[in-house]
Structures are given as structure tokens and as C-alpha cells.
Design a protein around this ligand. Structure first.
Ligand SMILES: Nc1ncnc2c1ncn2[C@@H]1O[C@H](COP(=O)(O)OP(=O)(O)OP(=O)(O)O)[C@@H](O)[C@H]1O
Length: 266
């Protein structure tokens, strides 16, 4: 079966500068992602999640393998994939609004007026309308991260790649953006790969959770979260708590076991 996004036989090895020592980071790995699916990557620290996602984004080379989007092979980075990283990235010489609008710059599917509307929509969504004219070196790190998220959403990529995007945010902003992302996922059916360390965040947001082994990354478990806790129950805070806690502790155990393997290696 062909998927919207296909990761086919991808492997990655890093080499030391002298070329003598190799570190296998991703084993030959094949995975398909449905259109509109939100897939959360979990796994022990350093297992290769970010590397795999950067390969999908075209930012990292691979030993071999192919990434396909709608059946078409992808190379380097392009606007079909939008990435949000853990660290804040924005243009300090532009205002908050100009930064977000930058995301619409190369869109040909909407008019100039719609670009303004899209900009204002996402600026409001991330709660920055009040700060629209501030330069981004005059706002907090968390606010800069919200700018980066809004800018990426405004560019309307077919695939959203998010590497711990909420990791450094305060709890309230984090929760607000998690819920917003769920709404986007429901309304716009945005195909998303999201790397996180936070098991609860993964359960809240996922259609599917993929848990990776200790390095080199291979898939140890896939969990169809929708089949266990309906997404609307998670969105509305009405999920059955026992089911939620059982799932959380099962996932923690798998990651703990994988982490223990990392320690044995060290
Ligand atoms: N450019 C690089 N050169 C050499 N090794 C690298 C490079 N980038 C990453 N690595 C190594 O590859 C492994 C996987 O890194 P990666 O960042 O993909 O893991 P991760 O699962 O995302 O980790 P974390 O959960 O801690 O963010 C790590 O051991 C890391 O040290």
C-alpha cells in the first residue's frame, strides 16, 4: 500500500572527523504515514529521532533509502515540508507580524489579501496579536517560538515536521498550543511528525505513537492511540483516566527498557 508520506529503507551512519569511527544512528527503516495523520516519535534520548526527522525534511543526508510524498521522491528541503525546531528561529529585523507573514511569501495559492488574513489568523492563534509590531529580539524566547510555529503554519506545508517545538515553553502556553495543534489537525488534516520526550504530550496529540529503540533507531512499538482513546475525549478532557494512565505507564516502561539498553552500551 502506498502512503501519503513514505519513508523507505532509510539508514544513517555518522562518521567521526577522522573517518575511522562509525555511529549507526538509524537502521534500515520503512514507515508509511497517512494523509492528515499526526505521528508522534518517542524514544530514549539520542536514539536518532531528530536525525530521522531531519532526513525526512531533506536537511540531513542518508546512507540509502527514499522519502516520497504523494509518490514523488523528495530531495533537499522545500516548502512542501515545514519544520519547527526546539530552538527559536526568527528574523530579528522583522516584527512579529512580518515574521509570520514571511511564511506566506512564496504561496501562490492565495491572494495578497488572503496572505494578510492567514497571517492574522495564525498570529491570533499563537496569542501574539498584541505584540504584532514588536521586533523579535524584544520578546521572550517562548514568544519567539510561537512566532516560528505561526510562520511555519502560515506557509501551509503539506507535511509539518516538529522537533520538540513546545519543549521550552511555559506550561500554559504549551497546553494552549497543544490544543490548537489538535484543532488544526482536526480541521486542516495536517500530516505531522512530531518528536517529543513527553509521553503525555504524545498521548494527547497522536493519532499514532511510534516508539524507537535505543540507538540505532528501529521501531519497537506502534500504538494506534485513536483506537484506545477517542481523539475528541482527549481534546475535551473527558478521556477515561484509567485507560490514559495504563497507556502512559506501558509507554514509560517500553522507553525505560530501551534507555536501560543505552546505559549498558555506555
Ligand atoms: N552531526 C552529527 N555527527 C555525529 N553524530 C551525531 C550528529 N548528530 C547527531 N549525532 C548522534 O546521533 C545520535 C542520534 O542523535 P539524534 O539527535 O537524532 O537523537 P534524538 O533521538 O533526537 O535525541 P534526543 O531525544 O536527545 O533529542 C546521537 O548519539 C548523536 O550524538
Amino acid at each position: 500500500m502506498t502512503h501519503f508520506l513514505e519513508i523507505e529503507n532509510i539508514a544513517k551512519t555518522y562518521w567521526s572527523d577522522d573517518g575511522k569511527t562509525e555511529t549507526k544512528v538509524v537502521l534500515p527503516l520503512t514507515m508509511g504515514i497517512r494523509e492528515g495523520e499526526m505521528v508522534m516519535f518517542l524514544g530514549p534520548s539520542g536514539c536518532g529521532k531528530t536525525t530521522l526527522m531531519r532526513i525526512v525534511g531533506g536537511l540531513e543526508t542518508r546512507d540509502h533509502g527514499i522519502i516520497r510524498l504523494e509518490g514523488e521522491e523528495l530531495g533537499g528541503p522545500n516548502r512542501r515540508r515545514g519544520m519547527v525546531f526546539q530552538s527559536y528561529s526568527s528574523f530579528p529585523w522583522l516584527s512579529v507580524r512580518e515574521n509570520i507573514k514571511f511564511g506566506t511569501r512564496y504561496r501562490k495559492d492565495i491572494t495578497a489579501t488572503e496572505k494578510n488574513e492567514v497571517t492574522d489568523h495564525y498570529m491570533h492563534m499563537v496569542g501574539l496579536t498584541k505584540y504584532r509590531d514588536f521586533y523579535t529580539n524584544k520578546i521572550s524566547g517562548g514568544m519567539r517560538q510561537r512566532v516560528a510555529i505561526a510562520r511555519t503554519l502560515a506557509s501551509s506545508p503539506q507535511v509539518l515536521l516538529m522537533d520538540e517545538p513546545f519543549g521550552a515553553l511555559d506550561a500554559q502556553t504549551r497546553e494552549h498550543l497543544q490544543l490548537q495543534l489538535m484543532d488544526i489537525n482536526t480541521e486542516e488534516k495536517k500530516t505531522t511528525i512530531f518528536v517529543t520526550h513527553d509521553v503525555e504530550e504524545a498521548i494527547l496529540l497522536a493519532n499514532r505513537i511510534v516508539i524507537f529503540s535505543a540507538r540505532p533507531a528501529r521501531v519497537v512499538k506502534e500504538i494506534d492511540v485513536d483506537a484506545i482513546i477517542p481523539v475528541e475525549d482527549r481534546r475535551n478532557g473527558t478521556a477515561d483516566m484509567k485507560t490514559f494512565f495504563d497507556l502512559r505507564s506501558d509507554i514509560h516502561k517500553i522507553i525505560r527498557d530501551q534507555y536501560a539498553e543505552t546505559l549498558q552500551e555506555a
